[in-house]
Design a protein around this ligand. Structure first.
Ligand code: AMP
Length: 227
């Protein structure tokens, strides 16, 4: 009910989540998209699905992701161009993990409805030590891609997914050496997008170093204020 009324009030809600790995973007993207009644589009999830199915995209992305490197811009721009053209995106979407580079942001801008002035961009801010702690304790369900944390957000039964009952694992790119590389990629290639969007979109910093419910309330208030 709340989702439907919010969606009607907003007409079209296009949201970008920017932030380093471990900032809580994935968790909040599910909550916000569900609340607004729009799809959550996670490029990381789409790529992991492509790897699991061993599609051409998955075969190209897999080795890069294992090393914590970014997948080439052209592949990502194509993926998002096709996904956002699908019917369920007509009322908007929440983008989790895209764009991650300047060429990706420029690619998005060329897409129908890609004018940055129509976007709300959230910049998730979390201290580095907290990111490391979150990523090292993160566990993941390879079947349904739900995520947990060994102490902050454990599953009901140890290492078993609450949603689908599969065994949980640690993602290879959450191992410490790979995490360092991912954070470096973020600093060098994604962080500049904050400056890029500051003058082009409605940009909102969000303190991600709070309990999940408090972060979610912050997002909702900002979305309402932008309506
Ligand atoms: P995530 O689940 O968002 O942390 O993404 C996991 C990995 O997928 C990243 O470390 C990248 O290797 C790859 N990836 C996801 N989104 C993008 C993107 N927009 N551009 C390039 N690589 C991406």
């Amino acid at each position: 009910m709340a989702a439907a009324s919010t969606r009607a009030a907003h007409d079209k809600v296009r949201v970008i989540f920017l932030g380093p790995p471990g900032a809580g973007k994935g968790t909040q993207a599910v909550r916000l998209a569900t609340h607004l009644g729009v799809p959550k589009i996670s490029t990381g999830e789409m790529l992991r699905t492509a790897i699991a199915k061993s599609t051409p995209l998955g075969r190209e992305a897999g080795p890069l992701m294992e090393q914590g490197r970014l997948v080439p811009d052209a592949l990502l721009v194509k993926l998002i161009g096709e996904r956002t053209a699908e019917g369920d995106c007509r009322l908007g979407f929440v983008l989790d993990g895209f764009p991650r580079t300047l060429p990706q942001a420029e690619g998005l801008e060329q897409m129908p409805g890609g004018d940055p002035r129509g976007f709300i961009v959230f910049d998730f801010q979390v201290p580095r030590e907290e990111l490391m702690q979150r990523l090292s304790g993160r566990r993941w369900c390879p079947s349904c891609q739900a995520t947990y944390h060994v102490t902050n957000d454990p599953p009901k039964r140890p290492m078993i997914c609450d949603v689908c009952g599969s065994g949980l694992v640690q993602r290879e790119d959450d191992l410490e050496a790979v995490v360092e590389r991912r954070l470096r990629e973020y600093d060098e290639r994604t962080h500049p997008l904050i400056e890029y969007y500051r003058s082009r979109a409605r940009m909102r910093p969000i303190d991600g170093n709070r309990p999940q419910d408090a972060v979610f309330q912050g997002l909702l208030q900002a979305v309402e204020a932008c309506a």
